[in-house]
Design a protein. Structure first.
Ligand code: DC
Length: 222
């Protein structure tokens, strides 16, 4: 079993930025579990499967092959052997991922894949249910949050830096809707694990948050 650091929290709290940085500093592998749900979401969008149609989504889960590969420690997601990594970070795919991630069949398949990865290597894994469900024995668990206005602001900046249009009110509404769904679904909802350390990053820089996580890791590992 590898060593695991679990980072959970709502959309846009900075999980992936922090997880990537911590992984780099500790020479761990960064595992982005949201990308796996997004790949499944992309497949449903392409196949024009409605997210409300549970039977169709569950059939799709059986048909689809999702693989995670690492090139220079960067994660790529293969959907039926096609590298879809560059197609996953749109609002449309994110919303679809959130909508289909409520189904236990979808979760079972992807959780098994995540647990398999963590067995082999040291990981910093981010998502919604890592500390509560995927890696309940992870020695370091972080619950990273930030206010929805701050999260919307960061997301807007990210989109604008890529030359894309962004309406902050629309983005904040989308973030709130996604939180609501991720926190209130029946199957492993987003929740702070009992033994997780909560960090509110609303008024913190990336360096400072990463430093706290690394400090916690050093304390725990001794
Ligand atoms: O972290 P993200 O925005 O890439 O995740 C997209 C959606 O996938 C998220 O809204 C809910 C779902 N998800 C999940 O249910 N469990 C995870 N471990 C990761 C993501």
């Amino acid at each position: 079993m590898g060593y695991s650091i679990a980072i959970d929290g709502p959309a846009g709290a900075g999980k992936s930025t922090i997880a990537k940085k911590v992984a780099k500093e500790l020479a761990f592998i960064y595992v982005d579990t949201g990308a796996m749900y997004r790949a499944m979401g992309l497949y449903c969008l392409r196949e024009q499967i409605r997210p409300e149609d549970e039977a169709a989504v569950c059939r799709a889960v059986k048909d689809v092959d999702i693989q995670i590969v690492y090139r220079d420690k960067e994660q790529s997601v293969l959907l039926n052997k096609e590298d879809v990594t560059g197609l996953l970070r749109t609002e449309e795919v994110g919303s679809m991922a959130s909508a289909i991630s409520i189904y236990p069949d979808v979760r079972r398949k992807l959780v098994a894949l995540q647990q398999e990865l963590a067995k082999k290597v040291d990981v910093v894994m981010d998502g919604r249910d890592i500390g509560t469900c995927v890696l309940p024995d992870a020695p370091v668990k972080i619950y990273l949050t930030a206010g929805s206005a701050e999260r919307a602001k960061r997301r807007c900046q990210e989109l604008r830096s890529q030359g894309r249009e962004a309406d902050i009110r629309e983005i904040e509404a989308d973030i709130i809707a996604r939180d609501e769904r991720d926190m209130n679904r029946e199957a492993s909802p987003l929740r702070k694990a009992q033994d997780a350390v909560e960090i509110d990053s609303s008024h913190m820089g990336i360096e400072e948050v990463a430093e706290q996580v690394i400090q916690l890791y050093k304390e725990r590992r001794g």
